[in-house]
Design a protein around this ligand. Structure first.
Ligand SMILES: *[C@@H]1O[C@H](CO)[C@@H](O)[C@H](O)[C@H]1NC(C)=O
Ligand SMILES: *[C@@H]1O[C@H](CO)[C@@H](O)[C@H](O)[C@H]1NC(C)=O
Ligand SMILES: *[C@@H]1O[C@H](CO)[C@@H](O)[C@H](O)[C@H]1NC(C)=O
Ligand SMILES: *[C@@H]1O[C@H](CO)[C@@H](O)[C@H](O)[C@H]1NC(C)=O
Ligand SMILES: *[C@@H]1O[C@H](CO)[C@@H](O)[C@H](O)[C@H]1NC(C)=O
Ligand SMILES: *[C@@H]1O[C@H](CO)[C@@H](O)[C@H](O)[C@H]1NC(C)=O
Ligand SMILES: *[C@@H]1O[C@H](CO)[C@@H](O)[C@H](O)[C@H]1NC(C)=O
Ligand SMILES: *[C@@H]1O[C@H](CO)[C@@H](O)[C@H](O)[C@H]1NC(C)=O
Ligand SMILES: [Cu+2]
Length: 609
């Protein structure tokens, strides 16, 4: 029934373009009473897309790539109807949205629903309980890397205190910042591969390799491929890269070669099966639609950007030439603002920033570059003052970072979310009721399979009976899940047991957590309380960051650990996983059966047989 109605409404894709409406003005909306449900209709189709000038199959959302912005007011009841006209099953996850009391709308196949089959539809219903910057993306197999991702902006209720008074005591300046926030622009960063997600997965299985490189970087869905000369690549190869390379060189796409034992581990590999473009093979383009041009209005004083990383594999550095930024929110929640030149975003991270528009009217390069040691790759967009004279702004501006994401002068500062102070500060319980140590290491006998916990969560489990509906299944009672009691406090220790591993951006579904500690070396403690007795300097119980995505420390020479604490307050089956998509496909995921003692009754429309 639901399917046929959505089909009728969206039979012609063009009419669906109008169905996603921007809802920007929240000034009249108080938290209570809320306005009626805000509805979005989303139609997914497959198409040939070429965001960086190379054509391949990808996912269009209402005919667009990236997917359109969902703009909401805090307190809104939201309904997103997805019609799947793709040739494969799909789900949609709302990244960072806590899904309070609606665990069946979290969009994870095998946990909260079955994949939406071709020509079928599914309606996600949830409440925008928290304000801030989020995004929605495909959550079945590797399909996020086929282009299903779009921003979500939830405007805070008027009653929520903004942190701008920490930047300035000038009332007019504060008003300008508030106005900039109301009109925040989305900056969607991503990486782009020339192989589809299924080709990528086939290549991983055929070669046994971890596919840690990409082909281009995009800003708001636009980019190009500029192949660097071997001399340039060698000149920018860092000391850390040289150590891993052990005398060899980065490939023509700036990538650590697949033959590198340190990066791939001592497993059997079949190098004859490597498809072109996976680790090497560069063909330059000038891009498909040119560079993204971001228009700004200096009369407004400031522009606010919600910067979102939907990257599949690359950790990114981001900056705009000659313009420092105030970072004022991380993962959709305010912090004490920090003035910085460069921000780093791991896959899944959102940062909200204010940029003061006080420079001569002109065109300034906006830079995104891979910050990890796995690759040297960059792209640029242009920020244009609306009153700039002439030109399209081919850059004469001076960058804070180079093509490798490294500082160009000694006084360039980088933002570190691990040191950010929440606004306002909130505190977790002083002790936890349960502690789980989640080992992160390679699994089995291949470079592309991983653990999170005591075992791996194979991709095939996406097709298993969804745990929220089948809590008595074998999977629900296996080492692939952990079970918690509602109301309890839980510590998760991400234990990166062996080098060399990249930083893993671990994303927890449902409610946010406190980052309470991290360090180098093995985790040899039974609990955080015990660890605090030996290494108190590794913990922060006064101003712990509040996040939904945290990056493990780079394990380049030895093991590392990271400790998070959260209160179970939203019963349901929620995934925790690495947001490097090839790692999740390779099993770096775990199902948390939160508050399984008080799971809610599933509404009839979501029940499964
Ligand atoms: C580094 O290269 C040398 C000489 O080619 C080789 O003997 C050694 O095993 C390599 N080290 C590692 C860690 O791969
Ligand atoms: C590598 O793959 C090719 C093509 O599938 C196959 O012919 C060959 O036997 C494989 N080599 C090894 C060492 O497994
Ligand atoms: C990477 O940065 C360099 C240096 O600013 C620039 O010339 C080049 O166009 C950038 N690459 C892309 C794809 O934008
Ligand atoms: C980058 O910053 C580091 C640390 O401050 C400094 O040692 C280095 O010289 C800087 N790089 C350049 C090119 O100035
Ligand atoms: C290890 O490799 C063998 C074949 O080489 C395969 O049959 C087996 O399933 C693999 N084991 C794991 C845990 O992946
Ligand atoms: C891993 O296994 C150990 C030993 O059996 C157990 O104590 C621990 O709870 C398990 N961890 C997880 C996350 O399941
Ligand atoms: C779960 O725990 C939270 C936090 O203590 C509480 O607010 C909520 O009412 C509990 N839910 C149920 C169903 O008991
Ligand atoms: C854990 O290891 C550290 C060194 O890494 C050591 O100082 C500490 O005493 C150890 N703690 C326990 C409980 O063994
Ligand atoms: Cu990972």
């Amino acid at each position: 029934m639901a399917t046929s109605i959505a089909l009728l409404r969206c039979f012609f894709i063009l009419t669906c373009l109008q169905l996603v409406k921007a809802v920007a003005d929240c000034s009249h909306v108080a938290l209570f009473p809320q306005r009626p449900s805000v509805k979005f209709d989303i139609v997914l189709t497959e198409g040939d897309i070429s965001p960086d000038g190379h054509s391949r199959k990808g996912i269009l959302t209402n005919g667009q790539f990236p997917a359109p912005l969902l703009e909401l007011c805090q307190g809104d009841d939201v309904e997103v109807s997805v019609l799947n006209l793709l040739p494969y099953s799909i789900t949609v996850h709302f990244h960072g949205i806590e899904q309070r009391l609606t665990p069946w709308s979290d969009g994870v196949p095998g946990l909260s629903q079955r994949g939406i089959k071709p020509r079928a539809s599914f309606t996600y219903k949830w409440k925008a309980t928290e304000y801030g910057s989020y995004f929605y993306h495909a959550h079945q197999r590797g399909h996020i890397e086929d282009g299903l991702y779009g921003p979500i902006n939830i405007h805070p209720d008027n009653s929520v205190e903004r942190p701008f008074a920490s930047i300035t005591s000038d009332g007019d300046q504060q008003k300008a910042m508030r106005k900039a926030e109301d009109n925040a622009q989305s900056i969607m960063l991503s990486d782009w591969r020339h192989l589809t997600s299924e080709q990528l997965w086939e290549a991983a299985k055929a070669t046994g390799l971890d596919a840690y490189c990409t082909n281009s970087l995009l800003i708001n869905g636009k980019g190009s491929v500029s192949c660097l000369s071997p001399d340039t690549i060698n000149a920018f190869t860092s000391a850390a890269q040289k150590q891993v390379l052990n005398g060899s060189h980065l490939t023509d796409i700036g990538c650590i070669p697949p033959t590198n034992m340190a990066a791939q581990g001592p497993y059997p590999h079949n190098f004859t099966n490597i498809p072109d473009g996976l680790f090497s093979g560069c063909t330059p383009t000038t891009g498909h639609e040119g560079k993204e041009n971001i228009l700004v209005y200096p009369n407004a004083g400031y522009v606010s950007w919600n910067i979102i990383s939907a990257a599949g594999v690359a950790a990114l550095a981001f900056s705009v030439d000659e313009h420092p930024m105030y970072v004022y929110a991380v993962d959709g929640r305010y912090i004490e603002p920090v003035l910085t030149h460069v921000v780093n975003l791991v896959p899944g991270r959102r940062l909200s920033v204010l940029v003061k528009l006080d420079k001569p009217p002109g065109h300034y390069a906006v830079r995104s570059a891979v910050s990890g040691i796995n690759q040297i790759l960059n792209t640029t967009a242009v920020m244009s003052y609306v009153n700039a004279l002439g030109g399209t702004g081919e850059g004469t501006s001076t960058g804070y970072i180079d093509i490798a994401g490294t500082n160009t002068t000694a006084d360039v500062s980088f933002f570190d979310e691990k040191l950010a102070v929440p606004f306002p500060v909130e505190l977790p319980a002083q002790t936890a009721d349960q502690t789980f140590v989640l080992n992160i290491e390679r699994f089995g006998n291949a470079s592309y399979t991983w653990t999170l916990g005591n075992t791996s969560f194979p991709l095939a489990l996406e097709d298993a009976a969804p745990l929220l509906f089948f809590p008595d299944s074998d999977v629900a009672n296996s080492a692939r899940t952990i079970q918690t009691k509602n109301g309890s406090w839980v510590d998760l220790i991400f234990h990166v047991t062996s080098p060399i591993q990249p930083d893993h951006p671990i994303h927890k579904h449902s409610n946010k957590f406190f980052l309470i500690g991290y360090g180098e070396g093995l985790w040899n403690y039974s609990s955080v309380s015990e660890a605090v007795r030996y290494i108190p300097q590794s913990f922060n119980f006064n101003t712990p960051p509040i996040l939904d995505t945290v990056s493990t420390l780079p394990a380049s020479t030895g093991p590392t650990w990271m400790a998070i604490r959260y209160q179970v307050n939203n019963p349901g089956a929620f995934l925790i996983h690495c947001h490097i998509q090839v790692h999740t496909s390779g099993g770096m995921a775990l199902a948390i059966l939160d508050g399984i003692d008080t799971w809610p009754e599933v509404p009839a429309e979501y029940r499964l047989s």
